[in-house]
Design a binder for this molecule. Structure first.
Ligand code: CA
Length: 223
């Protein structure tokens, strides 16, 4: 899952980036409202963390423009305690949640997780495809009850495949949701990671869950 963080306070931005990357999200950070809007309109973000007081364009205007352009990604706004009336305006303008600064990073991570879950309509929180299960809260992955150890990137890729189970996912789609803007499109890194995942998820299994769709990309499905 790919997240855009629009925050001009470098300290807060890097702290948020680190925490979200630890959760295996792909993160882009931007310190200017107008640039943030541009990125959000161009990219396929699954969630946006948006500060309100920003150079370039105020967060509230960024939010209104996004909703006007039909960008439906959940938006979590960050407000200073002195901007409480802004919080109400933010919710009215289409924000999904807000956090008042200073906040505990664990709370931000928990809210991000909840917003992403809401977006997929996933109830119990555990993603399940056949006998493969992934718990976003504990980051535990099992197949047939057996624990599977994944690296952060393998986990992020699997989470994206599972959230979109049954859909054909092209390499550009995978790149947009699992890697950040530093991704080099001229490499075969996606195929390499899909192979890593196959070795861990499908090797030795009668039923292969990760399937190649020739000429298109990949899909994960139980049948
Ligand atoms: Ca600010």
């Amino acid at each position: 899952m790919r997240i855009l963080v629009v925050e001009d306070e470098a300290k807060v931005a890097s702290f948020v980036r680190r925490a979200l990357e630890e959760e295996s999200y792909a993160v882009d950070v931007c310190d200017d409202g107008a640039k943030g809007l541009e990125l959000a309109l161009a990219g396929c973000y699954d969630l946006i963390v948006l500060d309100l007081m920003l150079p370039g364009m105020p967060g509230l205007e960024v939010l209104k423009a996004l909703r006007k352009e039909q960008v439906t990604a959940p938006v979590l706004i960050l407000t200073a305690r002195s901007e409480l009336d802004q919080k109400v305006k933010g919710l009215d303008a289409g924000a999904d949640d807000y956090l008042t600064k200073p906040f505990a990073i664990e709370e931000l991570v928990a809210r991000v997780r909840a917003l992403l879950r809401r977006g997929t309509g996933e109830a119990a929180g555990v993603l399940q495809v056949g006998d493969l299960a992934l718990n976003p809260a504990t980051r535990e992955v099992t197949r047939g009850g057996q624990r599977i150890e994944l690296t952060a990137k393998e986990y992020a890729l699997l989470e994206y495949l599972m959230r979109n189970a049954g859909r054909v996912l092209t390499r550009p789609m995978i790149a947009e949701h699992v890697w950040n803007q530093d991704f080099d499109t001229f490499t075969n890194v996606i195929d390499v990671y899909v192979n890593y995942l196959r070795n861990k998820i499908d090797r030795g299994q009668e039923r292969k869950l990760i399937q190649t769709v020739r000429g298109s990309g990949y899909t994960l499905k139980a049948d």
